[in-house]
Design a protein around this ligand. Structure first.
Ligand code: PLP
Length: 449
């Protein structure tokens, strides 16, 4: 046991982690979970303030999900969906179709958020080649500045976070970028209102100019998560749907982060009554238990892939562990718990509680802006509130807050200098209070030292 830290430093390359700093600091090694707590190998207990990186829904070691996975394990752990099927993958597909916005009737499984987006992009592209009245050569995707859709090369192509994506520039396919309609630091010459109008005008301009070359418009509905919890103005999603529909352009809704209750409704698209052509789901789909993802689409798109095998209309794409039975069993159990435990009602209550508690730090001299949508919260730390002047990036202020939070018994992970609070949808009110108490104390410690 004592060698774990050494072996971790010796052998494990951690994702999205500056490894030199990681190895110097000695992060917790989590050995167990219990409810909303994480317990490390030294026996320290932490509240999980980020839902195990935005995927946990009902807590850890939930008896109903544990049992569902164990029962499936007694049958079979894995076979394949290539040319065959399995009961849990069928059952989960049926339930996802029931719960998601109308019109999405077909489920294509994969195993991560990135691959769910990757599948949507390839299906959209191929659809235009095979659709009735086609073929059409549409090889452009529209995406937003600061978008995050995953880390595979295709999903990076539609991404817009320079820190993550710029280095791969030469490898990526061409996209059309529109500005993100979020206005904390409004560009020169704009007011908040004029900037939002400019963002809408840009959507119209780009769609008009390239209408017959665009394969799909890719968007994170309501909240751009990895960009720093950027909350879109009300109506923007609906606007994008209307403008794309008018021009017969497909829309990919990436609900990998916002899906499964995190924004207040089961899916974010519901809040603006939007029916996308593709819905990408991952993170919360198994309650945060196992790697399963799904790309949902319409009958119309699916039907363009039908034909005699020799016609070559097949979607030649899929991963070995696609639709894994253990993961799908966890997914079914998670959806049942949403009903049984009235999770969405809890989200309504705890989101309101968060809004209330966040007022305590709203006027803090080092808090530039607080953004919240349901249980997704971003607290943007700045050196100077008046001028929205950021901290020197060498200070890694967001990271300092994380280190302080650990001392308080809270696990956080920031996005730059944005402190992210992402409690699980089933977390009860008293733990939300604890999350706020500890997070606010950690912010105070970090900015004043
Ligand atoms: C996390 C995330 C992804 C990528 O999911 P992975 O499972 O990490 O591949 C894609 N889109 C959004 C919006 C995300 O938040």
């Amino acid at each position: 046991m004592n060698n774990l830290r050494e072996w971790d430093n010796e052998h494990v390359w951690h994702p999205f982690a500056p490894m030199q700093a990681y190895r110097e600091e000695g992060a917790p090694i989590i050995a167990e979970g219990e409810g909303f707590d994480l317990i490390d190998t030294d026996g320290n207990r932490y509240l999980d303030g980020i839902s195990a990186l935005w995927c946990n829904i009902h807590g850890h070691r939930v008896p109903e999900i544990d049992t569902a996975v164990r029962q499936q394990l007694d049958k079979i752990a894995h076979t394949t969906l290539l040319g065959m099927s399995s009961p849990p993958s069928i059952e989960l597909a049926r339930r996802l179709v029931e719960k998601t916005p109308a019109g999405l009737n077909k489920v294509f499984y994969s195993d991560s958020g990135s691959t769910s987006v990757e599948a949507a992009l390839k299906i959209a592209y191929q659809y235009h080649h095979q659709k009735p009245g086609g073929p059409e050569q549409r090889n452009l995707f529209v995406c937003l500045d600061h978008a995050y859709h995953g880390d595979t090369v295709g999903s990076v192509s539609v991404g817009g976070i320079n820190l993550f994506h710029q280095v791969y520039g030469d490898l990526l396919f061409e996209t059309l970028r529109v500005p993100s309609p979020v206005a904390y630091r409004v560009p020169e010459g704009h007011t908040r209102e004029s900037y939002l109008q400019h963002c809408r005008d840009e959507v119209v301009r780009v769609l008009d100019e390239y209408a017959d070359r665009i394969s799909a418009f890719v968007i994170e509905p309501l909240v751009q998560g990895a960009a720093g919890i950027l909350v879109h103005p009300e109506g923007y999603l609906k606007f994008v749907r209307e403008e794309t529909t008018k021009r017969n352009i497909l829309m990919v809704a990436d609900e990998v982060a916002v899906g499964f209750g995190r924004t207040g409704t089961m899916f974010a698209c519901e809040q603006e009554n939007v029916q996308p052509d593709f819905l990408c789901l991952a993170k919360g789909i198994t309650g945060g238990y196992l790697p399963v993802a799904a790309t949902l689409t319409t009958d119309e798109i699916y039907e363009a892939f039908l034909g005699e095998p020799h016609e070559g209309k097949t979607f030649f794409h899929g991963h070995t562990y696609t639709g894994n039975p253990l993961g799908c069993a966890a997914g079914i159990a998670s959806l049942e718990l949403f009903e049984q435990n009235r999770v969405l009602e809890n989200v309504a209550e705890t989101s309101a509680l968060l809004t209330e508690r966040l007022r305590e730090v709203a006027d803090h001299p080092h808090v530039g802006e607080i953004r919240q949508q349901g249980l997704m919260v971003g607290i943007e730390l700045v050196q100077d509130r008046e001028g929205a002047i950021p901290f020197d990036s060498k200070l890694r202020m967001g990271h300092q807050v994380t280190l302080e939070a650990r001392k308080q018994g809270l696990i956080l992970r920031p996005l730059g200098d944005v402190v992210v609070l992402m409690p699980a949808p089933a977390m009860p009110a008293e733990r939300i209070h604890e999350l706020c108490d500890k997070a606010f104390a950690a912010i105070e410690e970090a900015v004043s030292s």
